[in-house]
Design a protein around this ligand. Structure first.
Ligand code: KDG
Ligand code: MG
Length: 402
């Protein structure tokens, strides 16, 4: 069996998605997600100019060797763009392999460790009262875990809290929008927000919160300590993942669980964090973390240190990534939770999905492979449209960290 051809489909049904389709000489094809918010064209170029020509003629079943061909075989290793391309190749090859064996992907990853996976929703409000209302709406839809984000008094654009709160999309059309941020205002507000959410909704709902790397280690330590009474499921990205030692300070002083790594792309980003047990959940998703091959190894490595998974699943990752993630989540022992926000209806015109939300959980059917298909004609009706994630400045104009 040989790879006969491959193509990259870039489509914008509401937002840009990059999909890799790999064809084989026996008529079976596989799909992989290569979407990297704001850098879609760059990943597509790497796939088209190098990866696809290098794939032709290889046996698609050799997922391990092909992964190392593109990772180990390359002088320039890692990086978000390269890893998104490798991720898409790997996902598409596992899709082909499981279709050839006529079985759903999870069966090749160890079979089912559970029948359904716990997911968390997003409640994004423009202020405290609006946020409370949105938590209530998500709860009414059946979610038992909810990520709570709110506009902060005195900060004009809190990241991720859009004017249109129906859909989550932090990227804006064209070049980056500049947003302004004041950590002291946020730190004073966040504990008040969670106090009200707990008072209103009680202890039976899991609450999560994303700091989006906005704090220094000492600021994050204060936040983690002040949020302790509200028993968060996790506090996400409290500090930049680059300064791994910063997590030691938070860890020593607070029992609030920590999740990190949606911007990571290799197990090597996690070695200090995992071996020193400085975190509780890994966030790197298949689409940015080397596909199924590398993420399974990363999850197994974390498992040895009693660290669980909570993979990134925002709507700027495509349904192909989400479906692949569900297969992995069903199989691994150390699954924790999965991020889930439904894509817009237009996305489902392009991607034919095989997963379903019910009563706080996601399930997937037994279609062989990953189980997702793409309608290329529909995809071509939504051409690429440039969009970029914002850049951040402090209110005095200083460029600020992500
Ligand atoms: O492209 C950036 C988004 O994926 C990011 O803002 C989502 O932080 C995020 C999350 O936790 O889902
Ligand atoms: Mg996040």
């Amino acid at each position: 069996m040989k790879i006969s051809d491959a193509k990259v489909i870039v489509s914008c049904p509401g937002r840009n998605f990059v999909t890799l389709k790999i064809f084989t000489d026996n008529g079976i094809y596989g799909l992989g997600d290569a979407t990297l918010n704001g850098m879609e064209k760059t990943v597509a170029t790497y796939l088209e100019s190098f990866c696809i020509p290098a794939l032709i003629g290889k046996d698609p079943r050799n997922t391990e060797d092909i992964w190392h061909y593109f990772y180990r075989g390359s002088y320039w290793k890692r990086g978000s763009v390269t890893m998104a391309a490798i991720s898409a190749i790997d996902m598409a090859l596992w899709d082909i392999k499981s279709k050839v064996l006529n079985t759903p992907l999870y069966n090749l990853l160890g079979g089912k460790s559970r029948e359904k996976i716990l997911v968390y929703a997003h409640a994004n409000g423009k202020d405290l009262d609006d946020t409370l209302e949105r938590v209530g709406l998500e709860k009414d839809k059946g979610f038992i875990a909810i990520r709570v984000q709110s506009g902060v008094p005195g900060i004009p654009d809190a990241y991720g809290v859009s004017k249109d709160t129906r859909f989550y999309e932090p990227a804006h059309k064209g070049l980056p929008q500049e947003e302004y941020w004041e950590t002291s205002k946020y730190l004073n507000f966040a504990p008040k927000l969670f106090e009200r959410v707990r008072k209103t909704f009680g202890e039976d709902i899991h609450l999560l919160h994303d700091v989006h790397h906005r704090c220094t280690p000492i600021e994050a330590t204060r936040l983690a300590k002040e949020l302790e009474p509200f028993h968060l499921f996790w506090l996400e990205d409290p500090v930049s993942g680059e300064l791994q030692e910063g997590l030691r300070l938070i860890r020593k002083q607070s029992s609030t669980p920590i999740a990190i790594g949606e911007v990571f792309n290799s197990v090597y980003d996690y070695t200090t964090l995992v071996t020193e047990q400085l975190i509780d959940y890994i966030r790197m998703p298949p689409v940015h973390g080397g596909g199924i091959t590398h993420l399974k190894k990363t999850a197994d490595f974390a498992s040895i240190y009693h660290i669980q998974t909570g993979f990134h699943g925002a709507t700027d990752l495509s349904p192909v990534n989400l479906a692949a993630t569900i297969h992995l989540n069903l199989a691994i022992n150390n699954f924790g939770i999965q991020e889930y926000m439904p894509h817009q209806d237009r996305v489902h015109e392009v991607f034919k999905i095989n997963y379903q939300f019910k009563d706080g959980y996601l399930c997937i059917d037994d279609t062989p492979g990953i189980g997702i298909d793409i309608d290329e004609e529909k995809a071509s009706e939504y051409p690429y449209s440039m969009a970029s994630l914002p850049v951040n400045r402090k209110t005095d104009g200083t460029m600020f960290y992500w």
